[in-house]
Write a protein that binds this ligand. Structure first.
Ligand code: THU
Length: 158
């Protein structure tokens, strides 16, 4: 896990954060009023974003990270090198980075196994004055995955 400056990021990483910041305005968040945007970077350099989508039954809310994964999957894209996440509140900018919740870490861990990459999670404050890069292994040490079930997920092609 390392803190970096926005200007040190690659153009693609910067673009992923910029797109995440752009799309978070579409968050459906009547309950929390918290806006989250997530942009996946595919191994081919394609950017696919999602925002959080809440529900009156609060526990049924879907985070931006998982929304992006499901959207990508429905586009037939399932191999990623990174995901960028950025958030803001209603009337406030974040002053610390917003890291994925436990359920999203588990889904991103699966994605890392599928992609056979050390999936990088790029986190930034609203103003991008703090940027942290962590691998999913750092965010979810000793994660449970397909290998626990003796499944070689790279052979899964359906
Ligand atoms: N949320 C995300 O979308 N991603 C995160 O990383 C943290 C939390 C959303 C879920 C909910 O809509 C709102 O933020 C408040 O928890």
């Amino acid at each position: 896990m390392r803190q970096v400056k926005y200007k040190q990021l690659t153009e693609l990483q910067k673009k992923a954060l910029d797109v995440a910041l752009e799309v978070l305005k579409h968050a459906y968040n009547p309950y929390s009023r918290f806006y989250v945007g997530a942009t996946l970077i595919s191994v081919d350099g394609e950017l696919i974003s999602g925002t959080n989508f809440e529900n009156a039954a609060y526990g049924s809310a879907i985070c931006a990270e998982r929304a992006a994964v499901l959207r990508a999957n429905s586009m037939g894209v399932r191999n990623f090198s990174s995901i960028a996440v950025i958030a803001r509140g209603e009337g406030f900018d974040t002053t610390e980075v917003t890291a994925p919740c436990g359920s999203c870490r588990q889904v991103l861990y699966e994605l890392a196994q599928i992609s056979d990459t050390k999936l990088e999670v790029i986190l930034a404050t609203t103003k991008k004055d703090k940027v942290v890069i962590a691998t999913i292994d750092e965010l979810l040490p000793l994660g449970f995955g397909p290998l626990d079930l003796r499944i070689d997920i790279k052979k899964y092609k359906a």
